[in-house]
Write a protein that binds this ligand. Sequence first.
Ligand SMILES: Nc1nc2c(c(=O)[nH]1)N[C@H]1C(S)=C(S)[C@@H](COP(=O)(O)O)O[C@H]1N2
Ligand SMILES: [Mo]
Length: 378
Amino acid sequence: MDPHASDRPIEPEFLDDLPAVGDGSGLSHDPLFHIEELQLAFRNRGMPLEALRYPITPTGLHYLLTHFDIPYGDAASWRLSVGGLVRRPLAFSLDDLKARPTVSMPVTMECGGNGRALFEPRSLSQPWLLEAIGTAEWTGTPLRGVLEEAGVADAAVELVFTGIDWGIQGGVVQPYQRSLTGEEAMREEVLLAWGMNGEPLQPQHGAPLRLVVPGWFGMTSVKWLATIEAVAEPFEGYQMINTYRYTQTADDIGDPVTLLRPRALMIPPGIPDFASRLRVVQRGPVTLTGRAWAGRPGVARVEVSADGGATWRDATLEEPVGRHAWRGWSCEWDAAPGDHTLLVRATDGDGNTQPLEQEWNYQGMGNNMVQRVPVRVV
Ligand SMILES: Nc1nc2c(c(=O)[nH]1)N[C@H]1C(S)=C(S)[C@@H](COP(=O)(O)O)O[C@H]1N2
Ligand SMILES: [Mo]
């Protein structure tokens, strides 16, 4: 079944004493960052917030998150196999997939760990502040048609999606794998994507084939997708049970991280001080702009505060860039000399508003507390 089993390099008995990061608790109370966090941050770039000005994020500015290494995916020999509890196990080449109905759609993607490094203490992992976001125009074929052709059996409760990238996490040797229920996998917007922003996928974004699941945090959109398997029990792989959970301790099972939470971000106004990134703004009228998204319910409202959250004003909203993508917002601000903190917050169509302080969780997931932008008006 697994065409890449030969890539599996290591037997688990050699993994007894892998080096721990920090004190081994998985958390850091230290405002200084560990070298291992820096190492992850270089591999997994964020989108600089000034790139919020583009409705579709240029590919080189879209955030990246890869747990292990970026594997080499050869487009010419690539096979996607669909098996398990299906009536007709199938294998598709890239050309087979491209011959199917093709759609392109803008999708806002955000890492579940976005905001992680703003928690205190913080989880020792990729140290995102606010920049684990991007909106690309993805091109592919709806997963639904492929699943219908394979004929998923009634006994199947979930689909398991497996990439070819292997690594070790929590002492467990694993390929990157995530699952979705049949109901979620059959939603019309879920894509098997080979294109991003009108070009073939770049290696770091999952070339030659990935899953794109609009409305969910990014971990669901499995890159380098080689295998889809229909299974009779909820999948209990590492990336389902041990990570991407809202928990209070290392062992707590908690609740799964699933759909995007509402968030608005602002393009920091003015010009930055190089090292501190403090914004320096000329006094007088300033148009504050940015983008907001909220997964399935969509963004209903964006508000801006120029006084640290004491008072809020409604921003003007643009039409969303797509059904599954962010929308622009803008708000006028009369900048008076002095130091100020600008805040922006979104409310989704279900009435959920971004919190000023987010409830802490062990893995640093889903931290959508409001952005604070310190500015000096001169
Ligand atoms: N095969 C594989 N797919 C993966 C990952 C991975 O490490 N391996 N990372 C996931 C996570 S956590 C996120 S947030 C998104 C990031 O997608 P991007 O790097 O294209 O922005 O990919 C997801 N898909
Ligand atoms: Mo992620």
